[in-house]
Design a protein around this ligand. Structure first.
Ligand code: URA
Length: 239
């Protein structure tokens, strides 16, 4: 709950002093009722407050969170099968949502935010934001197959050819792979397209953003520097 004049100021309508004048002048209504008393409290995000008939809303603080997603969590806000979602792992007052998706059984870095424009930029293929994964396969994969991934492979289910990927061999059956799109199960399907089967998948970087210290299931706010980097990297605010 918040005092009405404080609420109006928080919404950026006016200073608290001018807000008091607006209230006294009968220009402010709460849930359709004109309010002229200063003591009135309103509940943020529940009560509808209008000034001269126009609804005013609280500008939510933009938050940017980095989560180390464990296996067994879905990245949708709600799961029809009642499985736990990544939102069960973060505890912030803002309504955040995941930027892009990771499969139920994929681990690793996931950004959550309430900044819709930023999320769109990060996910849209046009901005070519890179995601890097560590993949362990059931069997060794040959150099010729790894090379095919570097050039792009046809994904039957999505009817599209992947753009060139950076593929670094870590072991006979272990690879780092960097992609610039984010189609459903893309990395798993890319390896399938060249005869491989991914047994373990973890996202290790988003652009240059990495964090090997963040424990599985834990989250933290991104630093101002990281946020600045990601906004710039994704071209947020440029168009
Ligand atoms: N590619 C996949 O196959 N799965 C993920 O979760 C992310 C990328």
């Amino acid at each position: 709950m918040m005092r009405l004049q404080k609420y109006l100021a928080a919404c950026g309508v006016a200073s608290r002093r001018s807000a008091e004048n607006m209230i006294a002048a009968g220009r402010v209504a709460v849930n359709g009722q004109t309010v002229t008393e200063m003591g009135t409290s309103v509940e943020e995000y529940v009560d509808e407050v209008t000034v001269d008939g126009n609804v005013v809303t609280l500008e939510e603080r933009k938050v940017y969170i980095l989560l180390s997603k464990p296996k067994g969590y879905v990245t949708t806000a709600q799961d029809t099968h009642g499985r736990p979602t990544v939102l069960d792992l973060v505890d912030v007052p803002e309504r955040v949502f995941p930027v892009g998706r990771l499969d139920l059984n994929t681990e690793g870095l996931l950004i959550l935010t309430n900044d819709g424009e930023f999320a769109n930029h990060m996910m849209h293929p046009k901005y070519e934001c890179e995601k890097t994964y560590f993949a362990r396969l059931a069997e060794p994969l040959g150099d010729a197959e790894a090379d095919k991934l570097r050039h792009g492979v046809w994904i039957e289910e999505e009817q599209f050819t992947t753009s060139p990927a950076t593929v670094v061999r870590r072991d006979a059956n272990k690879f780092s792979i960097t992609i610039r799109e984010g189609k459903k199960r893309q990395v798993r399907r890319m390896f399938e397209a060249v005869g491989g089967k991914v047994l373990y998948l973890r996202r290790t970087a988003i652009g240059k953003l990495r964090d090997t210290d963040l424990e599985k299931g834990k989250w933290r706010y991104l630093t101002d520097e990281e946020v600045r980097y990601l906004l710039e990297y994704s071209g947020t605010g440029r168009d």
